[in-house]
Design a protein around this ligand. Structure first.
Ligand code: HEM
Length: 344
């Protein structure tokens, strides 16, 4: 869920982040954000109640600050994280203004969607008077968590998340804002989040022969193995060729274009979820991928998408309709609150 700030007072933002921090701590412990039944039923509930009895369900809530927080409104311009700026228009973009941008974001993940929805709903209620909801997506499925788990599949039926950032070393190099020169001190230990709402033309995709689907990704559908051979976690060989000289992994396949080997070594942490909005105006399935990625510089996403948007075989089947970028401050220590250092 993303929000537009309706205040221009920095203290209002500060108070909201502090109240959100306290509420998130309650929610992650499986508690309510306040009374469900105040004054014996004669008061308005502080908590809406639909997550009662459901427990914490592994809830996590990630808070992001959009570029607008650092514009002229709040006097925080000199605290702008070095790499935070609106994402420029990229090739093949088909963005809907109503699914784009935002001053704040909340990403709630849980084992039970009711727990996740309760969290964003009640946090949005707390924001009233300070921020209004801009756009929201309910995702489902499971984000990839590395080779220790089976890799989840996207709605195209392919394993998504096979070659992802997994080791601590990779997190330090590619995800956490940590190196000197990464910018604002208050962001140290945080990251940047890029979100894209990507619609899939599922009817067209489902009518495609599986061998072509595999060519699009450069991997097999059932096992997720690279077309150069081996099993799911075998390193793809982008040079391996057939007898006629054509490469086994198509040069315009999704993985050939996105792999770090083809992008100056850059990696991003992908944690996407599937979504559906029912049917579109033509009666077709309206569904796709809520692509969420984390990195220590959003330029890394831009670099990849500039290339993918221009040449990816996948473009025939997808359309980027939503987009936003947020600075994600580090999780607060006990007794502190999200982005506290920003206001020092
Ligand atoms: C609906 C859109 C998309 C779908 C269905 C999709 C699906 C996939 C699949 C199936 C794989 C292969 C398995 C894996 O390693 O995870 C993959 C890999 C990858 N994707 Fe995507 N993806 C989409 C959009 C994007 C976007 C927008 C980016 C970044 C701009 C991206 C970056 C990557 C990267 C970096 C890899 C790993 C490539 C490698 O090192 O082999 N993907 N994606």
């Amino acid at each position: 869920m993303t929000f537009d700030l309706s205040t221009s007072v920095a203290t209002d933002l500060q108070v909201l982040l502090a109240r959100w921090s306290a509420a998130i701590a309650q929610l992650q412990a499986g508690k309510t954000v306040g009374s469900v039944e105040p004054a014996h039923g004669n008061g308005v509930g502080a908590d809406t109640g639909e997550a009662l009895d459901l427990g914490p369900a592994s809830l996590t809530v990630t808070v992001g600050l959009g570029p607008g927080v650092f514009d002229e409104r709040f006097g925080l311009a000199d605290k702008r994280p070095a790499h935070l700026a609106a994402i420029p228009t990229l090739p093949s973009d088909n963005l809907d203004e109503q699914l784009t941008g935002g001053d704040l974001s909340l990403q709630a993940c849980a084992d039970d969607p009711q727990v996740a929805y309760h969290a964003v709903r009640d946090l949005a209620r707390m924001a009233r008077g300070t921020a209004t909801v801009r756009w929201t997506v309910l995702g489902f499925g499971r984000a990839s968590a590395g080779p220790s788990q089976s890799t989840p599949r996207n709605l195209m039926g392919f394993k998504d998340g096979t070659r992802n950032v997994t080791t601590d070393d990779e997190f330090d190099r590619f995800v956490w804002v940590d190196q000197p020169g990464d910018g604002a001190a208050w962001m140290r230990g945080g990251t940047y989040q890029v979100v894209r709402k990507i619609r899939m033309n599922l009817e067209t995709w489902d009518a495609d022969v599986v061998s072509d689907q595999q060519r699009v990704f450069g991997r097999t559908k059932i096992d997720g193995a690279p077309l150069s051979g081996g099993s799911e976690h075998t390193t793809p060989d982008f040079h391996a060729a057939h007898g006629d000289g054509t490469t086994k992994i198509d040069a315009r396949s999704h993985i050939a274009l996105a792999a770090h080997e083809a992008n100056g070594g850059v990696k991003i942490l992908r944690r996407g979820y599937n979504y559906t909005d029912g049917l579109n105006q033509y009666g077709q399935l309206d569904a796709g991928l809520l692509f969420a990625a984390y990195m220590n510089d959003p330029e890394h996403f831009e670099r990849l998408q500039r290339k993918l948007g221009a040449s990816d075989r996948l473009n025939e089947y997808v359309s980027h309709i939503g987009s936003a970028v947020f600075a994600v401050p580090p999780a607060p220590r006990k007794g502190s609150y999200i982005a506290e250092q920003l206001f020092r």
